[in-house]
Design a protein around this ligand. Structure first.
Ligand SMILES: CC(C)(COP(=O)(O)OP(=O)(O)OC[C@H]1O[C@@H](n2cnc3c(N)ncnc32)[C@H](O)[C@@H]1OP(=O)(O)O)[C@@H](O)C(=O)NCCC(=O)NCCS
Length: 177
């Protein structure tokens, strides 16, 4: 089942990335060292990096029923990104990133709830997120929208903006039906 490429929540619009978004992605969040500190992708250093993200998103959308979404606020300003990464017919991973100027408005909570509901609506029974053990804001968001902390995965993943060589301990949070 293919999902909508544009969704709305109470205050936000979530839509599939387009090549014309690359400049805003770079400027608004993807090059910011503080925003990208705990993320699984290397911070963007040029427009080419942001264009590569959009190309990768297009590949995902062309093969999977759902993919990455950009997050736009009420003024249709780009404030971040999220998405579902379908790993098996029953399971997807999710995550979220917001521009620093958009922190503290409850947007991540709204987006995480929308991704969990989207996963359920397409028949998935497990949606999960990994977050660095020091990323308390992210863990708090996941707890608020009904994810359960399943435990710590030790030395599980490289977070390249922290250290491109050393795998980190991350918490695994999941919402299961
Ligand atoms: C994590 C992030 C998405 C949160 O976005 P946000 O829109 O500010 O989140 P919300 O406003 O929905 O909720 C944040 C909650 O965490 C709380 N919080 C913020 N900083 C915190 C901290 N250091 N420790 C504990 N709780 C914290 C807030 O008070 C709020 O909870 P409340 O509503 O009960 O008051 C945002 O900070 C971000 O983009 N960070 C960088 C990228 C990232 O780490 N993404 C997650 C990867 S797993």
């Amino acid at each position: 089942m293919r999902t909508s490429e544009e969704l709305t929540t109470a205050r936000l619009v979530l839509r599939r990335p387009r090549p014309a978004d690359a400049g805003s992605i770079l400027k608004r969040y993807a090059a910011d060292p503080e925003v990208t500190r705990f993320l699984a992708w290397p911070r963007h250093r040029s427009l080419q990096d942001s264009l590569a993200f959009v190309r990768w998103s297009d590949e995902v959308w062309s093969t999977a029923p759902v993919g990455p979404y950009l997050i736009l606020d009420g003024e249709r300003e780009l404030v971040g990104s999220t998405g579902l990464d379908i790993e098996t017919p029953w399971r997807a991973a999710t995550g979220f990133v917001l521009a620093r100027a958009a922190w503290g408005h409850g947007y991540a909570t709204e987006v995480a709830a929308a991704m969990a509901e989207l996963a359920a609506s397409i028949g998935l029974v497990r949606v999960y997120a990994l977050c660095h053990i020091d990323n308390r804001a992210s863990a708090h968001v996941l707890a608020k929208v009904g994810f359960t902390r399943e435990g710590v995965l030790h030395r599980h993943v490289i977070l390249p903006n922290l250290d491109p060589q050393v795998p980190c301990d991350v918490e695994c949070w999941a919402r299961v039906r």
